[in-house]
Write a protein of this length. Structure first.
Length: 385
């Protein structure tokens, strides 16, 4: 049986939420049916993440993009699709879809699936691109959101009626990953006392992640619970216009929180670090369907987050954690305090997080849905994997 050649297209290769989803799906797809490759326009130098793709046998292609509408990039992508006999392109985010449209539907005859990751990205598309999108969408083979909220936003924004649309939720590995170190070893690395209460967030240092809101609340929390530590897991990209690590470090210095707020940098052992946490917190201004939060739920953590799109899709207030309004530093401080001092509450929230992850956000189901979508588009029988 001839294998189906799949090309995933993403705007950049960095260790973010959408890139992680593509890796998780691409690395787990049924190799009996598919040959997998990845194209990206910009690379942010994370060699460990790039190597992870390569270790899975996924071919990587960088196609430089130099302007808002770069026809040279479109032609290069079209050539790549033709040379590798690509059958289906799965473009993640609007810009990838626009470039892939020319390469798939004008320069080649190739099926095109568009995946969007957040309703706020849909909402901020300018009017001229909305009009173009309405025309392009008529010719797409599938339009997909990573949550029901995102899919509904796409349908409303582009008045989609006769295009195939569906939702495939982000997935998380419910079996987790093997812990390579004991909790004591992990705490010793960061010089954290065994009795410390630990708040963890996993988010690259970008303004949209709103780290300062968490730190402002923590500054008040630590006055009530002195044995509380924060681990900020993630990295900043200096040339990223959203870069925020500098102001985060300045806040820590100005408020004498050194030793209390620990910046771990990029980590490939996030699962180990989650094992020492008491609560997971994400205070973004906006999100899609945050994989970091799903991983925290899967590991059995109560979660606290801002009441914004994406985050409120996975937190049921008072069931597996708390939602707080943007800017409400007292509310965030009190929510974290309640969980950290009440072991029964923490246990109840943790159990509900794990249950929700298992029932709604299984990686196995996510990958199977992608497998079966691509197989059905090429008129293969559904995968039994």
């Amino acid at each position: 049986m001839e294998k189906i050649n799949i090309l995933f297209v993403i705007p950049q290769l960095e260790k973010g939420g959408s890139e992680t989803l593509v890796y998780d799906v691409a690395s787990r797809m049924d190799k009996n049916y598919f040959n997998i490759s990845l194209c990206y326009f910009n690379y942010y130098g994370n060699e460990k993440f790039r190597k992870a793709f390569q270790d899975e046998g996924i071919s990587l292609y960088e196609v430089n993009r130099n302007s808002a509408v770069d026809f040279t990039t479109m032609r290069m992508l079209a050539k790549l699709i033709r040379k590798n006999n690509i059958h289906i392109v799965n473009a993640h985010h609007f810009v990838s879809m626009v470039y892939s449209f020319y390469a798939c539907k004008i320069a080649n005859s190739c099926k095109l699936v568009y995946t969007e990751h957040s309703s706020w990205e849909v909402d901020q598309i300018p009017f001229k691109w909305k009009v173009l999108g309405q025309r392009l969408f008529r010719h797409l083979d599938c339009v997909m959101g990573i949550s029901d909220d995102v899919t509904k936003s796409l349908c409303a924004k582009y008045n989609i009626k006769d295009v195939n649309t569906l939702t495939i939720r982000n997935g998380v590995d419910l079996n987790g990953k093997k812990l390579f170190r004991s909790k004591k070893e992990i705490k010793d690395e960061f010089d954290v006392a065994d009795t410390a209460k630990i708040i963890v967030t996993v988010a690259n240092f970008r303004k949209v992640k709103n780290h300062l809101f968490l730190l402002q609340s923590y500054r008040e929390l630590v006055r009530e619970l002195d044995n509380t530590i924060i681990l900020l897991i993630g990295q900043g990209i200096v040339h990223d216009p959203e870069y925020s690590e500098g102001e985060v470090r300045a806040f820590i210095d100005e408020n004498k929180l050194n030793g209390k707020v620990i910046l771990t940098g990029y980590r490939n052992d996030v699962w180990d670090l989650l094992s020492i946490a008491d609560v997971f917190c994400l205070t973004s201004f906006k999100e899609g369907l945050p994989i970091s939060m799903l991983e925290a739920m899967s590991s059995g953590l109560p979660i606290v987050g801002t009441n914004v799109h994406g985050i409120r899709d996975v937190i049921v207030h008072g069931k597996n954690g708390y939602l707080v309004e943007l800017g409400d530093t007292v509310g965030l401080k009190d929510s974290l305090h309640k969980i950290l001092v009440n072991d029964q509450l923490k246990s109840n929230f943790a159990a509900e997080s794990r249950r929700m992850a298992s029932e709604l956000y299984s990686m196995e189901q996510c990958v199977k849905s992608y497998n079966n979508l691509f197989l059905s588009m090429m008129k293969y029988k559904e995968s039994k994997s």
